[in-house]
Design a protein around this ligand. Structure first.
Ligand SMILES: *Cc1c(COP(=O)(O)O)cnc(C)c1O
Length: 489
């Protein structure tokens, strides 16, 4: 039963509004008035609390469930970063303050956070400078490609028309390059799961503006030829773009700048303290080496000789604003707090444990599912449900089975290069016990796929909504309470 609507009891009340302490003289024009009073549920405060608590429990969340969604990292909101983000001095700061005459001196702490966070990210990734403005990974990609375009324009490289991506690329990579006006050439992966070098050479020419890559890539594999790829791209004055969604695999161990990349976006909401995919805000800072620095968006935070922080707009070659104000400040603040508390060694351990955990799961699950690339993986491991699919049980069916077992499904059907892909990322925060439980549930699913493949059609059985049309749900989102064809009540 739905307490708010069906549980309405005439005359029941949860709040008492104070009587107006100002005379109400204005009358609304009649065209703005309803003909009938709004039908609001009449419920007590307790009814409302229970209703919303129950609704919140219908959601899968990192706070309640194991969440091995691949390519998304952070499955945990560290509580102390939440506390830092809620501090009054930060949370109540008005974003226009630093732009007011003399206002900067009241925003020194926030400007210092932006400045210092940028310095840390430079050190971690081997870049010269960052813009903290972009509001998501994809937004960072567009910014990075615009920087690439500004570089070519400034050099008079009018013949640059193509951006190369590996076939395993996240969909946002080619989309961002296309939005910025480039045409896309995809290069296939070889048997090891990394970009095929000969195929890259075959498409390389003077029209290539740059290459976008994730490293380790979305197969969970580190590309051992990355320096050779960078040399090739640079030989035609192309720009090496690093998609930092998988940075947590190499934190403190390798730096994109040292690997030959010229521009980097990071997903602070994947690598540094904020989980991705919760529908909340993201943050996709973009770092650049020397070549692209003059084109960075304004404003930039500078530290004056006096030690004071200030906003500087005086960059004549800048591509301009890419977002209002200074980025998703709350997310940046969490990331900075996270980096400070972990420190150099802690960040390294994060990467080491993430890789160890993924390999542990790879080893435990391998007996039951085909492995996409049979080698040591980085921070995520990639399976294929192709054996199970021969029996009519597909990756999506296994995902739905896991929901009934209170496990959030891993990423399925991505990357597109692997049939029936199941991409598992445990991250460093999960315990051995949780991973053992997950591996045994995966084994159970595999056994059931053999003994009773038809039973998979109905999973999940225990959820309020069973099998929505996922494409329609995304494209024609209808959150109208009264119109839920798939609801089980
Ligand atoms: C998540 C992801 C992106 C896009 O980041 P958003 O913050 O979701 O826009 C890009 N590339 C890869 C590999 C990703 O995993």
């Amino acid at each position: 039963m739905n307490l708010i609507f069906e549980g309405s009891v005439s005359g029941r009340q949860g709040v008492k509004l104070p009587s107006s302490d100002v005379p109400v003289k204005i009358k609304l024009p009649s065209q703005y008035l309803r003909s009938k009073a709004a039908e609001l549920p009449e419920v007590s405060e307790l009814d409302v609390v229970r209703h919303f608590t129950r609704l919140s429990q219908r959601n899968f969340s990192v706070d309640a469930n194991f969440y091995p969604l691949g390519s998304c990292t952070m499955k945990y909101n560290p509580k102390f970063t939440e506390k830092v983000a809620g501090m009054m001095g930060f949370a109540d700061l008005h974003p226009l303050l630093p732009q007011l005459q003399g206002g900067e001196k009241y925003a020194q702490g926030a400007l210092e956070v932006l400045y210092e966070c940028e310095r840390w990210l430079c050190e971690i990734t081997g870049m010269n400078a960052y813009t903290m403005q972009p509001l998501a990974g994809a937004h960072g990609e567009l910014t990075g490609i615009m920087l690439m375009a500004a570089y070519h324009k400034a050099k008079g490289n009018t013949h640059k028309k193509v951006v190369i991506v590996p076939d395993s690329a996240h969909g946002t990579n080619p989309a961002s390059a296309a939005v910025a006006g480039y045409s896309i050439v995809a290069v296939p992966s070889d048997k090891r799961g990394v970009m095929d070098l000969d195929k890259l050479k075959a498409v390389l020419n003077d029209e290539v503006a740059g290459l976008m890559m994730t490293c380790p890539d979305t197969h969970g594999v580190f590309n051992p030829q990355i320096d050779e790829i960078a040399r090739l791209i640079h030989s035609v004055d192309g720009i090496m773009y690093y998609d930092g969604a998988n940075l947590n695999a190499i934190l403190g161990r390798a730096r994109p700048g040292d690997l030959g990349f010229d521009v980097v976006h990071l997903n602070l909401h994947k690598t540094f303290a904020t989980p991705h995919g919760g529908g909340g805000p993201g943050s996709g800072p973009v770092g650049v080496g020397e070549k692209l620095e003059p084109f960075l968006p304004v404003s930039r935070v500078v530290k004056r000789e006096s030690g004071e922080y200030a906003l500087n707009y005086d960059y004549p070659h800048s591509i301009g604003y890419i977002a209002s104000f200074y980025g998703a400040f709350g997310i940046i603040l969490r990331a900075y707090a996270y980096m400070l508390i972990l420190g150099r060694e802690g960040l390294k351990q994060t990467a080491d444990h993430a890789v160890l955990n993924a390999n542990y799961l790879l080893h435990k699950i391998k007996p039951y599912y085909q492995v996409a690339f049979d080698r040591v993986c980085m921070h995520e491991c990639l399976f294929s449900a192709s054996k199970q699919a021969d029996n009519g049980v597909h990756a999506i069916d296994i995902a739905k089975f896991l929901i009934d077992r209170n496990i959030h499904p891993p990423t399925v059907y991505f990357p597109l290069t692997v049939k029936e892909a199941i991409m598992v990322e445990p991250t460093e925060t999960e315990s051995k016990a949780t991973m053992d439980e997950f591996a045994s549930v995966m084994a159970e699913a595999s056994a059931l796929a053999k003994s009773s493949p038809e039973s998979f059609k109905d999973f999940p059985l225990r959820m309020p909504i069973s099998r929505p049309d996922e494409v329609r749900a995304a494209r024609e989102m209808n959150v109208n309470f009264f119109d839920r064809p798939n609801a089980r009540g």
